[in-house]
Design a protein around this ligand. Structure first.
Ligand code: NDP
Length: 261
């Protein structure tokens, strides 16, 4: 079954990590993809999707730049005629003790993780409303939207903000066949988690690379494994599907049981 034939999906942070895994899954189910990231390597990632048989374009877009975000959604409409599903997934993290956390770190994190999610939702909703076709928005929050981890108050605040955006917009568009939901990945294999493992590992003890992740998997995750992009893609494609038509304003964990609230 190809659940997303004829649908256009925009994914920010779609060139690698969780975003690319989600793009691959949508592509395998017939969707047309527009993936975005700050680095031009996004074109290579789109080429990989095309080689696998998908209709896909890559576009450089800094989600903190409103004009660039508008251009991204313009491009999706120009290439494929509509925007049906939009995953606001671009994100950054830094880790620092409270005295070392600079205003620049705070501002950059809020700009990408929170304002960037809002700007993309705004453009996606504008186009979904205009088309009258409804749509699906999925915002990438984090386990840190549930429970702030140590040394990352700015990241936790930015992801809790994503939940607020999700709930508020879900109420505004509820009568327009547009749903807005958030996902909370736990510990997922990616470049970001490699950074987390290294920096938290150094700050929380003398951990060798991979050792902190191994300890947390063993002691904190009931399913005793880290997640994969494919695990996240399963949830995202469900939320984007017709089966999730009556689910909106929700924040759903995908974390092997790491957080149960
Ligand atoms: P990666 O670091 O592997 O990828 C981050 C992605 O975000 C890249 O595609 C990057 O693009 C893009 N990006 C960063 N800044 C911008 C920007 N200003 N404009 C556009 N794109 C940008 O991270 P993950 O795949 O692990 O994370 C994806 C999302 O999941 C993030 O929101 C993250 O916070 C969240 N998350 C991840 C968890 C994990 O364990 N991995 C856990 C919980 C949440 P480029 O390649 O061009 O830099």
């Amino acid at each position: 079954m190809r659940r997303f034939s004829g649908k256009t999906v925009v994914i920010t942070g779609g060139n690698r990590g969780i975003g690319f895994a989600v793009a691959e899954r949508f592509a395998s189910e017939g969707a047309r993809l527009v993936i975005a990231s700050v680095e031009p390597q996004v074109e290579d990632a789109a080429a990989r999707l095309r080689e696998a048989g998908a209709q896909a374009v890559g576009m450089v877009c800094d989600v903190t730049d409103r004009a660039a975000v508008m251009a991204l959604y313009d491009r999706a409409e120009e290439e494929f005629g509509s925007v049906d599903i939009s995953m606001q997934n671009a994100g950054i993290i830094t880790i620092a003790k409270v005295e070392d956390l600079t205003e620049d770190m705070w501002d950059a994190t809020m700009a990408v993780n929170t304002k960037g999610v809002f700007l993309c939702c705004q453009e996606a909703i504008r186009r979904m409303r205009k088309s009258g076709r409804g749509g699906r928005l999925i915002n990438t929050a984090s386990g840190q939207a549930r429970d702030g981890f140590i040394f990352t108050p700015h990241y936790a605040a930015s992801k809790m903000g994503v939940v607020g955006i999700t709930q508020s917009l879900a109420k505004e568009v509820a009568l327009e066949n547009i749903t807005v939901n958030a996902i909370c990945p736990g510990i997922i294999h990616s470049d970001m988690w490699d950074y987390n493992d290294r920096i938290w590992g150094a700050m929380l003890g003398d951990y060798a690379p991979g050792a902190l992740m191994a300890e947390w998997i063993e002691t904190k995750i009931p399913m005793k494994r880290a997640g994969t992009g494919a695990d996240v893609a399963g949830l995202v494609t469900f939320l984007a599907s017709e089966d999730a038509a009556y689910i909106t304003g929700q924040t759903i964990n995908v974390d092997g049981g790491l957080i149960m609230s």
